[in-house]
Design a protein around this ligand. Structure first.
Ligand code: ADP
Length: 487
């Protein structure tokens, strides 16, 4: 099946279970372009029955996949990476019409995805375990890593293409099989297109399965995952609100969880920063994908001496970003995903302005295309400034600071701990400050975004548990101790 044949056309998609696209006989739900509500696809509205079939297929495929030689696995992943690159134009178009992604953002995701597939290709060869000393004479002890079994993944709509790869391939590279439930907002770019690519690459039937569902039906599928003993781990990317609901279920069924959640991602611009570099890093970090990425910067603390010049250069750069239809390659700011998303940003901008903030640029929308917005003089109790509740859109707060220690403390007075950035010409000072951040990632002189697939990404505190990159071996395998004694 070809699930996406180009902008302007619409297909009916089905689930992918046990190496086959299912029959297109059941109910469907519409998947629409967030720019103009045009139909992108009619997707299968699955539920518990499909989820159970997918889990059974993944369970059946597990022993052979777990035992497959590393070289055979490697060839499959390398082939998938080539297919991703070969399909660049199709993928760019799909991400634009289904998710509102600019070409800049979709090509960023494609580059990272291909890189991640090529890195994961070699993970089958990673050190497999250790031989340990024992106090008992004649005893040999060894520790080996075993895959968990079936890993069930929830993928989000925002960095859909890249994040779904992460959900499939980190567990699969270590010998697990997978069932993915893509977000109902973007089921094609958050899972179905991956099934098409993995099938084309020749991955064995049942090693990856995708079940789609209509809005409001996620819980029925989640229930099957939690109630199936074969599912050993829930791999979730999304909001901390949903993660709390799933976490309670995981507590009852004692399932391991890997969570990639939201962030506040503060930036500190120190008084010795290269202003132009700081402006570039913040523009990219705050407004990539119109602020709908978990690592987007929500607040920048700028040393007083640089503040006014920083704001004026940032405003100039940001207001020049072209907004509109993301199929236009020059457009950087596409539509937000839903009316609710537009409403959230608008409410937060109005809330800050009502409390006395100054609007530097933005603050208006055309349809769902919200102009990138910068606020200054924002009181600490404005919703967008507190760092307590993630703002998920093109809204950046810039705050002046005189006291660096106070700014460092304030930047961390948030339940989130995903990414942070420090801009300074003094690398030693940057490194020293970085060590004091309670954050999964701290960049000195780079945007808060991830830009290399090999480096481990993940959060602390309410931003989640687990890491990408080869450190994911900790999340998706378990240790087995074997001892052999002489008699
Ligand atoms: P976002 O707000 O970024 O869409 P969500 O946390 O709502 O993030 O969604 C992330 C994933 O979680 C999606 O795949 C969605 O379908 C799923 N999801 C949302 N609510 C529930 C729920 N109550 N039970 C199970 N899954 C859910």
């Amino acid at each position: 099946m070809t699930i996406f044949t180009g902008a302007g056309s619409s297909t009916t998609t089905t689930h992918f279970i046990d190496g086959r696209w299912t029959d297109a006989t059941g109910p469907t739900f519409p998947v629409r372009n967030p720019l103009d509500d045009s139909l992108v696809a009619e997707a299968a509205a699955g539920g518990a029955a499909e989820a159970s079939a997918a889990v059974a297929a993944a369970r059946a495929a597990f022993p052979a996949w777990a035992e497959l030689a590393p070289g055979a696995r490697q060839r499959l992943f390398l082939s998938a990476a080539d297919i991703v690159e070969r399909r660049t134009e199709q993928l760019v178009e799909l991400m634009a019409v289904e998710g509102g992604a600019s070409r800049a953002f979709s090509t960023f995701q494609i580059r990272l995805s291909a890189a991640m597939l090529r890195q994961a290709a070699g993970w089958g060869y990673l050190p497999y375990g250790d031989v340990l000393r024992s106090d008992i004479p004649g005893r040999t002890a060894m520790v080996t890593r075993k895959p968990l079994g079936v890993v069930a993944g929830f993928t989000p709509w925002n960095g859909a293409f890249y994040l779904a790869w992460r959900t499939f391939l980190l567990p699969m590279a270590f010998g697990n099989t997978t069932v993915i439930k893509p977000s109902e907002e973007a089921p094609l770019s958050a899972g179905l297109i991956h099934a098409e690519i993995l099938a084309e690459a020749g991955f064995p039937a049942g090693t990856f399965n995708v079940v789609t569902h209509a809005p409001g039906e996620a819980a029925a599928i989640a229930d099957v995952f939690f109630d199936s003993p074969e599912v050993r781990c829930i791999n979730f990317t999304g909001s901390d609100t949903t993660a709390r609901i799933l976490g309670e279920r995981a507590g009852r069924s004692l399932k391991r969880m890997v969570l990639e959640l939201g962030g506040f991602n503060p930036v500190l611009v120190l008084d010795d920063a290269d202003l132009e570099e700081a402006v570039k890093a913040v523009t990219f970090g705050a407004f990539l994908h119109q602020g709908q990425v978990c690592m987007n910067s929500r607040k920048v603390y700028v040393a007083s001496a640089l503040h006014d010049e920083f704001v004026s250069r940032l405003a100039e750069r940001v207001s020049a970003l072209k907004a509109g239809d993301p199929t236009d390659p020059e457009v950087i700011i596409g539509p937000l995903i839903t009316d609710r998303a537009v409403q959230q940003i608008d409410e937060r901008v109005r809330d800050a302005l009502d409390r006395g903030a100054t609007l530097v640029t933005g603050g208006t929308a055309e349809g769902r295309v919200y102009r990138p917005t910068i606020l200054t003089d924002v009181p600490a109790d404005a919703i967008c400034a507190t760092g307590q509740d993630e703002t998920f859109g093109p809204l950046l707060v810039v705050q002046r600071f005189d006291d660096l220690e106070a700014a460092v403390a304030e930047a961390q007075a948030t339940p989130y701990g995903l990414s942070a950035a420090i801009m300074t010409r003094d690398r030693a000072r940057g490194l020293d400050l970085a060590q004091r951040f309670d954050s999964g990632i701290v960049h000195v002189n780079a945007p808060t975004m991830a830009s290399e697939a090999a480096l481990p990404v993940g959060g602390v505190k309410d931003s989640g548990w687990g890491r990408s990159g080869h450190y994911a071996v900790e999340d998706f395998t378990e240790l087995r101790l074997t001892t052999v004694s002489s008699e």
